[in-house]
Design a protein around this ligand. Structure first.
Ligand code: SF4
Ligand code: MG
Length: 292
């Protein structure tokens, strides 16, 4: 049984709230995303006893604390490898990664392409606020070039990366984008990711009123454009064309891409069966075959 084919339960969004108080700043976009995650989990009927939420470090990486689920708060940037291992060890669980742009694309940037190309069977929700919030406002890989922050007092010198194009390039099989000010849209996109078999990446713009004065609710509202209904989500070229300008004055909102491809856990299981099944899967015997 794999993520996406779990036994569904009938629960309400409020049932996924933990007893831990939410501690983000007033006006933080992450509240909208958390609300969307509660709704998505209820919509997908995920059993909390079969759910594990994994994060690195950052404001958004606190999210697992606010969810009624199993959870791991790991090292900065290392949520992806931990989630990959957890999913391979327990393919019966639903695995989510919850974190920010600095955690995912700077410190953890080396892990992102590998989760995508391997088609790890998990759902990654990236809270993209273009800033490091928890450490009090440093320039991040998705910050706009002219952004002034503590580390860039005269404006940043770098071009921002494009998370959507990156994920499409490396083979993610579900790529979507939302905005925290549209929690219903985000809930549908996250629900789709939870129900998808394979690596689902959902990029969600989220305002940080404490440290990012450029990307406000109003500027995001002006920037996001719903993806046209006629868009073919199986067409990689069209998805890339939509993704290309994202963050440069406009941003597609909705599902860009979804295809079916064997997942890492499925391929690993096939290999295990190929060597005689789990009962005969003796790692020492396999290692011995390669000894000189
Ligand atoms: Fe949200 Fe920014 Fe406050 Fe962190 S610092 S909780 S991202 S508003
Ligand atoms: Mg951030």
């Amino acid at each position: 049984m794999f993520c996406g084919t779990y036994n569904k339960v009938d629960m309400k969004p409020a049932d996924y709230k933990s007893e831990v108080p939410v501690v983000w700043c007033p006006g933080c976009g992450h509240y909208g995303i958390l609300n969307a995650i509660y709704r998505a989990l209820a919509g997908a009927g995920v059993d909390p006893s079969q759910l594990i939420c994994i994060s690195g470090i950052g404001c958004s990486s606190r999210t697992p604390y606010f969810l009624h689920s199993y959870k791991m708060h790991t090292l900065h940037g290392r949520a992806g490898p931990v989630a990959t291992g957890a999913q391979l060890a327990r393919s019966d669980l639903t695995v989510m990664v919850l974190g920010g742009d600095g955690d995912g694309f700077s410190i953890g940037g080396g892990h992102m392409p590998h989760m995508a190309r391997k088609n790890c069977n998990l759902t990654y929700v990236l809270f993209d606020n273009g800033i490091y919030g928890l450490t009090k406002g440093q320039y991040s890989p998705t910050s706009r070039p002219e952004m002034k922050a503590y580390t860039t007092p005269y404006g940043g010198p770098e071009l921002p990366m494009n998370p959507l194009l990156y994920m499409l390039t490396y083979g993610a099989t579900y790529v979507a984008q939302g905005f925290a000010g549209k929690p219903s849209v985000c809930a549908d996109l996250i629900k789709g990711g939870l129900e998808h078999q394979g690596f689902a990446y959902i990029n969600i713009y989220s305002q940080c009123p404490s440290f990012n004065s450029m990307d406000t609710v109003e500027s995001y509202r002006e920037m996001v454009e719903p993806i046209p209904k006629e868009h073919d989500v199986t067409d990689l070229g069209s998805a890339m064309a939509l993704a290309y300008d994202s963050g440069r004055g406009r941003a597609p909102m909705g599902l860009l891409y979804q295809v079916s491809r064997p997942t890492l856990d499925e391929r690993m299981e096939a290999i295990i069966q190929g060597v005689g099944g789990r009962a005969d899967y003796d790692i020492n015997r396999i290692i011995d075959q390669y000894r000189p």
